[in-house]
Design a protein. Sequence first.
Length: 100
Amino acid sequence: MEKILGFFLQHREAIFLVILSIFLGIEVISHVPAVLHTPLMSGANAIHGVVIIGAIIVMGHADTTVSMILGFLAVVLGTLNVVGGFVVTDRMLEMFKKKK
């Protein structure tokens, strides 16, 4: 219990920043109109490519099997998220094209 309390006391600024960002994110997302929600979220999923690059770096420096597996899972899940973001964006753009 002392280790947990010590961790919170040592990192209280970072914990406060994370909690503040959560509340700010909820406030911002709740005020986005429904028409813009899907395109914004699909664009945010495309930014997930940064996680893919980080996971590839982790896999390159992996010393243990566990870190290699976690890096591989991060690459796979990040790729699925990026592809899903582009699919949703493409579907939304198709809705706005004029039909012939």
